[in-house]
Design a protein around this ligand. Structure first.
Ligand code: ASP
Length: 323
């Protein structure tokens, strides 16, 4: 029987609801260990608590620690695969960070729950079970970090949280899930084509994320640059355009040495240098903005933090986003 290690980091999957007030909060004992007896028919499962945090409390320092632990547990030849339980709010960021840190190899599955453990219809147990089955599956080998949730398997690069409360919250815009899970089997239907790998020991978190909206100007960017930001991800409008009043801020940021990456605030599609007007994508590329290859804002921020910690070579960073 394959050995699967579950690393717990907290999140709703490890929380309880106070039934009198409806408030959901962390508990001190490891709730997930109570599921171990029912999981034993699928794999030889061990559990290790790493953190017990709501995922909005996960920081860059936690990501560094997690990467060290994940690398060392994967190096243990007795372990066939890892499952990481995590709060759903920032799950996609941790999953994508780990994907950028690990060469494709043994399965690493990230999962969580939308309903706490004592709520009727709790989704934690089934998400955990499906993750363990996927981590023990030969087919999951070499596919990069995966997110298993609500009977679906998603690639860490594309998956995002799309709903505040629905258990079908995790989706992969434009590409869809790469597989699905039912009672009898695990079905992979797509193979991720690309895998980027930029291993680092420490992550520099000084990268901002700013969403564009009608009528904005440069003031927030000016403040961020004055504050010593090293990188800035701009969630631009449509195919990668900003109001003209934002252009001076972007230009000054680039001149000050800030690496500026453009993504779109649209849910689907890529940013491109199509529009040639003041603040249009073509204009922003001319002044030095980097275009991302379809990542959302929070993932582009993770990738830029990783790349700025990996190299000082701007051409390399540009290529890593635009290739
Ligand atoms: N707020 C919770 C967290 O991210 C949500 C969840 O786990 O579903 O920790």
């Amino acid at each position: 029987m394959k050995k699967v290690l579950v690393l717990t980091t907290g999140g709703t999957i490890a929380m309880n609801e106070d039934l009198s007030t409806g408030t959901v909060q962390p508990v001190s004992k490891n709730l997930l260990s109570s599921y171990l007896p029912s999981l034993s028919q699928y794999a030889d499962v061990e559990m290790e608590e790493i953190f017990n945090l709501p995922s909005p409390h996960i920081s860059c320092r936690h990501l560094e620690q997690l990467a060290i632990i994940v690398r060392s547990r994967l190096a243990d030849e007795r372990i066939s695969g890892l499952v990481i339980t995590h709060g759903t709010d920032t799950l996609e960021e941790t999953a994508f960070f780990l994907d950028l840190q690990l060469p494709p190899g043994k399965p690493v599955i990230v999962t969580g729950a939308m309903r706490s453990s004592n709520e009727l219809g709790a989704d934690g147990p089934i998400n955990l079970l499906n993750s363990i089955r996927t981590a023990a599956s030969e087919e999951a080998v070499g596919k990069g970090v995966l997110v298993v949730f609500n009977d679906e398997i998603h690639s860490a690069r594309f998956v995002t949280k799309t709903h505040t409360s629905n258990i079908a919250t995790f989706q992969s815009p434009s590409v869809g899930p790469i597989g699905s899970i039912d009672k009898r089997s695990i079905h992979f239907r797509q193979m991720p084509l690309e895998h980027a790998h930029f291993p680092i020991d420490a992550i520099d978190c000084s990268v901002g994320l700013l969403k564009m909206a009608m009528g904005m100007d440069s003031r927030l960017i000016d403040h961020m640059v004055a504050d010593g930001l090293k990188g800035l991800v701009i969630e631009a409008l449509g195919q990668g355009n900003v109001p003209p009043e934002v252009v001076p801020g972007i230009r000054k940021a680039i001149e000050a040495g800030v690496t500026v990456v453009l993504v779109s605030r649209c849910f689907n599609g890529l940013v491109q240098d199509v529009y040639g007007y003041e603040g249009g994508g073509k204009h922003l590329r001319e002044i030095g903005a980097i275009f991302s290859n379809g990542l959302n804002g929070q993932k582009a921020r993770i990738k830029l933090m990783v790349l700025l910690s990996y190299t000082h070579d701007l051409a390399f960073i540009r290529n890593a986003f635009e290739d």
